[in-house]
Every structure is written in structure tokens, then in C-alpha cells.
Design a protein around this ligand. Sequence first.
Ligand SMILES: CC(C)(COP(=O)(O)OP(=O)(O)OC[C@H]1O[C@@H](n2cnc3c(N)ncnc32)[C@H](O)[C@@H]1OP(=O)(O)O)[C@@H](O)C(=O)NCCC(=O)NCCS
Length: 367
Amino acid sequence: MEFRVANPQDLPLIRELADQIFRAHRPGQHMADEFPYLYDHANAHHWYIAVQESAVVSMIGAMVWPATIAGAKTSVASMGSVATDPQWRRKGLSSHLLKLAQDCLVKERVRVALISGDLPLYWRFGARPIGRVRWYALDPSSSFAGKPSWFVRNIDDQADALIVARLYQSRATRFSRTLPQLEAMLKAQPLTQVEKGQKTALLVFDGPQPLAYLIVNDRPFNGQEPSRLLEWAGDPRAVLYGISGLEEGSRAGMRIPVLPEDLGLEGALKALKPVSQGPVSWLAKVMDGEGLAHDLWGLWHESGSILPQISEIAPDQYRLVVGDDTWAIDAAKLTEWIFQDTQSDRPRGLETIWPSPALWPEGLNYI
Ligand SMILES: CC(C)(COP(=O)(O)OP(=O)(O)OC[C@H]1O[C@@H](n2cnc3c(N)ncnc32)[C@H](O)[C@@H]1OP(=O)(O)O)[C@@H](O)C(=O)NCCC(=O)NCCS
């Protein structure tokens, strides 16, 4: 068995295995159409594969994203399309490829992995739930008033990409998306197809002035689940105004995720109470703690009186020093202490760090 980084010639076999495993029940649909950037030839070097007699029998795909966490620049990788040919399962292939992916991605200065799914496999790798999302549910009568000059229309996936990009850049914590990536995301609507809902993407204007955009997954899982706000940027009151214009069936019970940084949205929803609270819907792992500390240095310096020191003492093992206290912890614990603010044993000093990257609570946008 050969474990290696893929090259563009491997992509046809990668796509074949992906369709065989993830699209067996949806003939005619292809993963590569839904995630065009992930499966693009130019991204072949972010696939990690196990090859047996010229066949790809196990694989992991990644997208590398520059990301901004509360203004600090870092780099994250979203990992997905984790699959092993049924005949080769439970032999440790995926576990091995996760380690290979980490070794390669860290060399590219990726600090954090974001992994879709919640498998014991990922927990053993050291990935953990992070972030905090308060979920609000709209009742059918909910409506949010706007000004007479406000109006809402659908996003045109090509013509409006620049407006969406400008609004998106106003978020302090975000993935970097190039304009072509954003256009592809708006066009491919990958999450919709995964969750079998109807995606609605709207822009809200005050006269000629764009105020906000929002993307809603309308009645996902074949209408079995309430609609959900997937992402937005701009004026939160305009977002709620946009939602008010959706037909009643789409609005009824709609779930609105509120991240710790979304104070404006929470304020605008103040008449309601959150129906639940939990981490984001994917796992994360700090893959390079020293590198992450380097990237977040300015943020920590701004907000903390005691600066934490992180040094790697063995693979995935760290020494953390905060003031006079020292801990020896693994990557999973480091991930929780940095990004999960509900940890009761989290050292004082780390609390001052913005509990991000909440980024987007839904999906990873690996387009
Ligand atoms: C999930 C999936 C990728 C795992 O692939 P895999 O190559 O079998 O993964 P591993 O062998 O590393 O680990 C799988 C299990 O086998 C066990 N295992 C590993 N080596 C083993 C061995 N030599 N003998 C017995 N069991 C072994 C692992 O402990 C692990 O146990 P777990 O069920 O508690 O997690 C595979 O089952 C798959 O393709 N599933 C369908 C697609 C999917 O769901 N992908 C994930 C999307 S989030």
C-alpha cells in the first residue's frame, strides 16, 4: 500500500471513489460538480490517497483557506470527502491519511484543521467540537420591520459577487474567498445539494445602498427540517428584514445561529429566547500550536495581560505556559482551551482570547 499526496492524474480515480461512496443513491450527481474547487486539478496536491495496485482505495480532500480570526490572519484547512473503499475499511487507512494530511498541511503553514462529521476516527486524531452557537427559532408570526426605502431581491451569482464580497469582508472572522471562489460558491450552492433543501440567496438594499446579504437553506432534508440561515454579512436588522419577506412556510420555525461576535443580531432578536446552544457543526484540531500562537500574537497582546507561551515538545504534545503556571497537554486539549470557552479547566489568561474561529456554524464551504 502506498500513501501519498495526489497529483492531477489521480483526480479521475478520486472522483470515481467519491461518487461511488457519497453519491451511490443519487445517480447522475457528481461530487466534483458540487465542490468544484475541492475536486479541481489545481487542488490535487491537497488530496491524500492510499493506492493499491494503481487503484485509489482511501482518500482525504482538503481546501486551504487563509482565514481572519477577529482581525488576526492565519490559515486553516477544511478537510472532507474522507472515504475508504468498503473492502479496505477498518485497516487504519483513514487514520494514516489524516496524519499524512497534517504533516503536509503544517508545512504549508496551516494551523488549524476543520473537519466535517463527528466520527470517533476524528476524535482519535485529536479533533474536538469548538465554538458556541446560540440557535433561535422564529415563530410563524415573526416579522421584522425595515424602512420604507428598503427592498430585497435574489442574488445574481455572477453580477452580485462583488457586492457580496464587500459585505463579507466586513466580518472580523472569516475565510478568505477570492472573487472566483465566491462566484463558484454562489453558483454551486454545495450545501444545498448535500442537505437536499432549496438555497435562497438574498440581498437587502436601502435604495442603491447594499445593506446585507443572507443565504438560507430552505426546508432542508426534503422538507423534514426547519429552514436555516446559513450565512450572512452586513446589517443584522436588514438580514431579519430579508427573512421576513420569505413565504410563511420557509419562515416557520426558521433556525438562526448567533455566534458570540454577532451581538447586533442577538440584539435584534432580543424578543426571542434561544432554543438551544452548542458548538459549531464540525470539529477542529490545532495542527500547529506554535504557528497558531505566532499568528494570534497580536490578538492576544491586545486583549490579554498575561501572554500564553506554546511550545511543541513532541508531535501533537505541547507545553503551555500562562504566567507562573505550566501545563503539558495534547493537541485536543489545546484546541479546546483555545477555541471552546465552556471548558471549566481552561486556564485564566486564555479566557481573554476571543473564542473563535466560530467562522460559519454551518458547513465549511469547501467549494
Ligand atoms: C469513515 C471511513 C472513511 C473510515 O475509513 P477507514 O479506512 O476504515 O478508517 P480506519 O481504518 O482508520 O478507522 C476505522 C475504524 O477501524 C478501526 N481499525 C483501524 N485499524 C484496524 C485494524 N487493523 N483492525 C481492526 N480495526 C481497525 C479503527 O479503530 C476505527 O474504529 P472506529 O470505528 O472506532 O472509528 C470509512 O468507513 C468510509 O469510507 N465510510 C463512508 C464514508 C464516510 O462516512 N465518510 C466520512 C464522512 S464524515
